[in-house]
Ligand binder design. Sequence first.
Ligand code: CU
Length: 126
Amino acid sequence: MRKVSIASFVCLSLALSTPGLAANSNHQITQSPTHKVIKMSAERFAFSPSEITVEKGTVIEFHLTSEDTDHGFRIIGSDVDVQISKRRRGETVVTYTADTAGRFIIECSRPCGAGHTAMRATLIVK
Ligand SMILES: [Cu+2]
Protein backbone atom coordinates (compact mmCIF):
# COMPACT_ATOMS: atom_id res chain seq x y z
CA MET A 1 0.00 0.00 0.00
CA ARG A 2 2.76 2.41 0.92
CA LYS A 3 4.75 1.46 -2.25
CA VAL A 4 1.77 2.34 -4.41
CA SER A 5 1.42 5.77 -2.93
CA ILE A 6 5.15 6.47 -3.38
CA ALA A 7 4.88 5.46 -7.02
CA SER A 8 1.92 7.77 -7.51
CA PHE A 9 3.83 10.59 -5.91
CA VAL A 10 6.80 10.04 -8.25
CA CYS A 11 4.54 10.04 -11.30
CA LEU A 12 2.78 13.16 -10.15
CA SER A 13 5.98 15.06 -9.52
CA LEU A 14 7.35 14.01 -12.91
CA ALA A 15 4.22 15.31 -14.57
CA LEU A 16 4.42 18.56 -12.61
CA SER A 17 8.09 19.06 -13.27
CA THR A 18 7.80 18.72 -17.05
CA PRO A 19 5.26 21.34 -18.12
CA GLY A 20 7.83 22.62 -20.64
CA LEU A 21 7.94 19.24 -22.33
CA ALA A 22 4.16 19.11 -22.68
CA ALA A 23 4.04 22.64 -24.07
CA ASN A 24 6.85 21.79 -26.46
CA SER A 25 5.07 18.78 -27.92
CA ASN A 26 1.95 20.88 -28.47
CA HIS A 27 4.11 23.39 -30.25
CA GLN A 28 5.53 20.70 -32.52
CA ILE A 29 2.07 19.53 -33.47
CA THR A 30 0.98 22.99 -34.58
CA GLN A 31 4.30 23.52 -36.37
CA SER A 32 4.33 20.17 -38.14
CA PRO A 33 5.53 20.58 -41.72
CA THR A 34 3.00 20.98 -44.47
CA HIS A 35 2.97 18.10 -46.87
CA LYS A 36 2.16 18.96 -50.46
CA VAL A 37 1.67 16.66 -53.42
CA ILE A 38 2.57 18.25 -56.74
CA LYS A 39 1.82 16.48 -60.00
CA MET A 40 4.15 17.57 -62.75
CA SER A 41 4.38 16.41 -66.31
CA ALA A 42 7.32 16.61 -68.65
CA GLU A 43 7.05 17.01 -72.40
CA ARG A 44 9.63 18.23 -74.94
CA PHE A 45 10.78 20.76 -73.83
CA ALA A 46 8.92 21.93 -70.79
CA PHE A 47 7.63 20.98 -67.38
CA SER A 48 4.03 21.65 -66.47
CA PRO A 49 3.53 23.47 -64.20
CA SER A 50 6.73 25.38 -64.89
CA GLU A 51 6.63 27.37 -61.65
CA ILE A 52 5.79 26.15 -58.16
CA THR A 53 5.60 28.23 -55.00
CA VAL A 54 5.60 26.73 -51.50
CA GLU A 55 6.11 27.94 -47.97
CA LYS A 56 9.49 27.24 -46.39
CA GLY A 57 9.41 23.94 -44.50
CA THR A 58 7.00 22.26 -46.89
CA VAL A 59 7.66 18.63 -47.65
CA ILE A 60 6.93 18.35 -51.36
CA GLU A 61 6.05 15.02 -52.88
CA PHE A 62 6.57 15.35 -56.63
CA HIS A 63 4.63 12.92 -58.81
CA LEU A 64 6.33 13.05 -62.19
CA THR A 65 5.16 11.71 -65.52
CA SER A 66 6.25 12.11 -69.11
CA GLU A 67 4.03 12.83 -72.09
CA ASP A 68 6.63 11.59 -74.55
CA THR A 69 10.18 10.34 -74.05
CA ASP A 70 12.45 9.82 -71.02
CA HIS A 71 13.21 13.01 -69.16
CA GLY A 72 15.10 13.87 -66.00
CA PHE A 73 14.17 15.93 -62.98
CA ARG A 74 16.98 17.59 -61.12
CA ILE A 75 16.66 20.32 -58.51
CA ILE A 76 19.95 22.18 -58.88
CA GLY A 77 21.80 22.42 -55.58
CA SER A 78 20.06 19.40 -54.06
CA ASP A 79 20.44 15.62 -54.15
CA VAL A 80 17.29 15.28 -56.22
CA ASP A 81 18.02 13.88 -59.69
CA VAL A 82 15.63 11.23 -60.95
CA GLN A 83 14.49 9.83 -64.24
CA ILE A 84 10.98 10.36 -65.51
CA SER A 85 10.31 7.35 -67.68
CA LYS A 86 8.65 7.67 -71.05
CA ARG A 87 4.90 7.94 -71.49
CA ARG A 88 2.83 5.14 -69.99
CA ARG A 89 5.75 3.81 -67.95
CA GLY A 90 4.27 5.06 -64.71
CA GLU A 91 5.17 7.95 -62.47
CA THR A 92 8.29 8.77 -60.52
CA VAL A 93 7.72 9.94 -56.97
CA VAL A 94 10.41 11.96 -55.22
CA THR A 95 10.25 13.90 -51.98
CA TYR A 96 11.99 17.20 -51.36
CA THR A 97 11.96 19.21 -48.14
CA ALA A 98 11.93 22.89 -49.01
CA ASP A 99 13.92 24.00 -45.98
CA THR A 100 15.75 26.89 -47.62
CA ALA A 101 14.03 29.99 -48.95
CA GLY A 102 14.88 31.11 -52.46
CA ARG A 103 14.42 30.34 -56.13
CA PHE A 104 15.58 26.94 -57.29
CA ILE A 105 16.01 25.80 -60.84
CA ILE A 106 14.62 22.43 -61.83
CA GLU A 107 16.15 21.10 -65.03
CA CYS A 108 15.79 18.10 -67.25
CA SER A 109 18.81 15.90 -66.61
CA ARG A 110 18.36 13.34 -69.38
CA PRO A 111 19.18 14.33 -72.96
CA CYS A 112 15.79 14.46 -74.68
CA GLY A 113 16.36 16.40 -77.88
CA ALA A 114 17.13 19.80 -79.36
CA GLY A 115 15.50 21.86 -76.60
CA HIS A 116 16.82 19.78 -73.72
CA THR A 117 19.11 22.43 -72.24
CA ALA A 118 16.23 24.91 -72.09
CA MET A 119 13.87 22.50 -70.35
CA ARG A 120 13.47 24.04 -66.94
CA ALA A 121 11.07 24.89 -64.18
CA THR A 122 11.35 27.09 -61.10
CA LEU A 123 10.68 26.23 -57.49
CA ILE A 124 10.08 29.26 -55.29
CA VAL A 125 10.36 28.74 -51.54
CA LYS A 126 8.98 31.66 -49.49
CU1 CU B 1 15.91 16.68 -71.43
